[in-house]
Design a protein around this ligand. Structure first.
Ligand SMILES: NC(=O)c1ccc[n+]([C@@H]2O[C@H](COP(=O)([O-])OP(=O)(O)OC[C@H]3O[C@@H](n4cnc5c(N)ncnc54)[C@H](OP(=O)(O)O)[C@@H]3O)[C@@H](O)[C@H]2O)c1
Length: 360
């Protein structure tokens, strides 16, 4: 079923012109990333610019659509100043993931920072002008690649003064996915309390995996096939000491290597879907697939606490933002940024767009 506001979105005509393609060379690719460019005219006050995927595995288009109004009770309308790029954004376009056909056109974007424009009824902790950051959702009214978005106020944090909008936008999805996997999913895990346990993080230089590694193994020098042996050698033990693996890469290969690296009864937490269902060998190991979405019921209470504590953790230097690269062209710079992300050209940096810089 679609909500009234979703229907209002869909009723509009998302017409796009001047079609061109960005060629793609990725092995993952089923179709090239396509992009439409609309020649927009002046916008009225209840309109905004947004980046849409027009149809399942269809083209990207920057176009004029209505702002996500009205604001329901308990929510905020936020003017988006920074939207960071995530892998899921290009995967939605390339593979047609997550959204059924009748939900198109789709506005992606989940890592968001901006300024409170308006508060809904019942909101007491935020006011117009507050600088805030949060995770978006897979619903158009709550996503990041648009100039205005909505968010329920219980899963929003104020941006500490020392952070720019771009730095703030680099944090939400990564921290939520890391924390939900390690803490909120504990009841699903064979390892109930991870404190003091030896843990391996695969993909520890990335947005999700960066939160907490102490010793590093260079993936260029140690392939997945020799990972377990390398850990045993480096820890001078006769068998693997690893009780928890957080696989922030999420491929079949990384999951298998992570699984084999675990002690009996250990827990593998992965950002990817379970790709080795037949692997269970009666060894008491558990697999947990993380869904880092802060909006869903299952994660909501934990996410609310997480975002309440996040500003203090940043002030104290416990959580540090990613390095960021600001893209040019506002929303028009995103499709090219997603292509770089998909082609594996980005390492150790978060690409960020400022939707307000979109030329009309
Ligand atoms: N389930 C969820 O809710 C959820 C949420 C967020 C993200 N994710 C998924 O989690 C994955 C990581 O996201 P992210 O935002 O952290 O991405 P990211 O910032 O690009 O980091 C990717 C990490 O994987 C490493 N890596 C890249 N290619 C590799 C390879 N061939 N073998 C081993 N490691 C490799 C990278 O190392 P280098 O820097 O050396 O390249 C980096 O440490 C993505 O697939 C994303 O879609 C899932």
């Amino acid at each position: 079923m679609t909500s009234p506001s979703e229907r209002a979105y869909k009723k509009r005509n998302y017409k796009a012109q001047n079609h061109y393609q960005i060629s793609a060379t990725s092995n993952y690719n089923t179709k090239p990333i396509k992009f439409h460019c609309e020649s927009n005219t002046a916008m009225s006050n209840d309109q905004q610019q947004a980046l849409l995927i027009l149809s399942k595995q269809g083209a990207f288009a920057v176009t004029t659509i209505p702002k996500p109004l009205p604001i329901p009770k308990g929510e905020l309308l936020v003017k988006v100043h920074a939207a960071a790029l995530d892998h899921i954004d290009w995967k939605i376009q390339a593979y047609g993931l997550l959204y059924p056909e009748d939900k198109y056109p789709v506005i992606p974007g989940l890592d968001i920072a901006g300024e409170v424009e308006e508060v809904g009824e019942g909101v007491i902790h935020f006011q117009k002008g507050d600088r805030v950051f949060f995770s978006g959702d897979f619903r158009n009214e709550y996503s990041g690649y648009q100039q205005y978005t909505r968010v329920p106020a219980d899963i929003v944090a104020k941006i500490p003064e020392k952070l720019s909008y771009s730095q703030a936008a680099s944090i939400p999805v990564g921290i939520a996915t890391a924390a939900i996997g390690l803490h909120a999913c504990r009841h699903e895990s064979s390892v109930k309390d991870i404190k003091g346990k030896t843990a391996l993080v695969i993909g520890a230089s990335g947005s999700v995996g960066q939160f907490g590694a102490t010793d590093c193994i260079d993936r260029a020098k140690v392939p997945f096939s020799t990972l377990t042996r390398s850990i045993i050698n480096s820890t001078s033990t006769s068998s693997t000491p690893v009780e928890v693996v957080y696989d922030a890469f999420g491929s079949a290969e990384s999951q298998l290597a992570g699984y084999d690296t675990l002690v009996k009864g250990g827990a593998l937490i992965s950002t990817g879907p379970n790709q080795f269902k037949d692997r269970s060998e009666g060894d008491g190991k558990t697999f947990i697939g993380v869904y880092g979405n802060t909006h869903v019921e299952k994660n909501r209470a934990f996410s609310s606490q997480l975002f309440e504590n996040l500003p203090l953790m940043i002030e104290r230097g416990i959580i540090v933002p990613n390095e960021v690269e600001d893209l040019e062209g506002g929303l028009n710079g995103i499709a090219d940024g997603l292509k770089r992300l998909r082609d594996g050209e980005i390492s150790g940096v978060k690409l960020v767009a400022n939707p307000q810089e979109t030329k009309v």
